[in-house]
Design a binder for this molecule. Structure first.
Ligand code: ATP
Length: 366
């Protein structure tokens, strides 16, 4: 059993810098939870408080029901993997992995057994006598993970462990860590600023901004049911498009009219019952890039036209950039379509898949 629970946890640094504000979070036994958000949102500070490397300013932190606020890091039964790996350069792979156990006065036989077991899990057996400088980035990362595994801790904490790796290796290590989670059946709290990493690895994701938790949910629910504009814009790549405008009734139809009056969408009221209360009020609509349907002008359908400014070929799909209602919009289409910058395109919107947000507070009104 290894549950982690944060109750109203806050962290204020010197000079009144508030890094984390009233975070409430329950991480279940064996869960893989990812803390994600932009730089400075407080995710590392939250992780470091769980590790005991930062004091909790107010609130309570529990591991397995036991209050941890005043327990030193080494007595918390957690292991942390850092972004810079923090390997000892003068020690071999074996020694790096064994070091923590030696400090804790484990017997040599037990150390041997645990290190060899971790090396087998992580494919490090051939590298045991090498020093870190003779390893690739991915291999060093594996040693850092191995050092955590040998401890058999209650909870693993990962702080941006893949950000020093190149893109290809990052994807490979991502799947390795996911597999490792299944193999070890461990509770993992993982910090990243990369939403793709969060979406692909986490059982649940905690989205933070400016020290505050905005939503805690499964990847699919975050994508489909964002609670506010921040979450909607953060999850999804390319990001959701946002257009400001007004909701109104015309002949019993619900209409969205953009601020510059050049985009008018007919909306099926039954699909968005909460919109009624926003009659004649300013709101923001959100449209995912895949829910804007472009076609070439020649015989194409669509209610709006735009000049295609940039086309990004991604291999299996294209990202199309253009301006509509005074804002930059991106649409994604399959590679079968042929588009080029400078084309005039027609557009239609999948109005069944729109998101609506309060203009002032940003909360979802879907
Ligand atoms: P990043 O992705 O850039 O690492 P983060 O989301 O992990 O960012 P934190 O490192 O938790 O963010 O920092 C949260 C806020 O607390 C930031 O505004 C940061 O400047 C501030 N902060 C962090 N550590 C300290 C410190 N030791 N003293 C003062 N302020 C700090």
């Amino acid at each position: 059993m290894a549950e982690v629970k944060l109750v109203n946890v806050s962290k204020t640094f010197e000079k009144g810098i508030v890094a984390v504000k009233n975070v409430n979070l329950e991480i279940q036994d064996k869960e893989f939870v990812v803390l994600v958000g932009p730089s400075g949102c407080g995710k590392s500070t939250t992780l470091r408080m769980i590790a005991g490397l930062e004091e909790v300013t107010s609130g309570e932190l529990y591991i397995d029901g036991e209050l941890m606020n005043y327990i030193t890091p080494k007595n918390r039964d957690i292991a942390m993997v850092f972004q810079n790996y923090a390997l000892y350069p003068h020690m071999t792979v074996y020694e790096n992995m064994a070091f923590g156990l030696k400090l804790r006065k484990y017997k040599k036989v037990e150390i041997d057994e645990r290190v060899n077991e971790a090396a087998a899990i992580l494919n490090l057996e051939e590298l045991m006598d090498r020093r870190p400088k003779a390893l690739s980035g991915g291999q060093r990362q594996r040693v850092a993970v191995g050092r955590a595994i040998v401890r058999k801790p209650k909870v693993f904490l990962f702080d941006e462990p893949l950000s020093n790796l190149d893109a290809k290796l990052r994807v490979q290590m991502r799947t390795e860590i996911s597999k490792l989670h299944k193999k070890l059946n461990a509770t993992i709290v993982y910090v990243t600023h990369d939403q793709t990493e969060a979406m692909t690895m986490g059982n649940r994701i905690v989205i933070m901004n400016k020290g505050v938790v905005h939503q805690v949910d499964t990847p699919i629910d975050l994508y489909n049911k964002p609670l506010n504009k921040f979450v909607a814009g953060f999850i999804g790549s390319p990001s959701m498009n946002f257009i400001e405008g007004t909701i109104s009734y015309s002949d019993r139809n619900l209409l969205f009219t953009s601020a510059s009056n050049d985009l008018i969408l007919h909306i099926d009221e039954s699909k968005y019952p909460k919109l009624k209360s926003y009659n004649n009020k300013k709101i923001i609509i959100g449209v995912r890039p895949e829910d804007i349907i472009p076609s070439n002008n020649n015989g194409g359908v669509g209610n709006y036209s735009a000049d295609l400014e940039v086309v990004e070929p991604m291999g299996n799909e294209l990202f199309l950039y253009f301006t509509l209602s005074g804002v930059q919009i991106v649409a994604r289409v399959s590679k079968e379509f042929v588009f080029a910058a400078g084309d005039k395109i027609n557009l239609s919107f999948n109005t069944d898949k729109l998101y609506f947000f309060d203009k002032e507070m940003g909360q979802s009104i879907n």
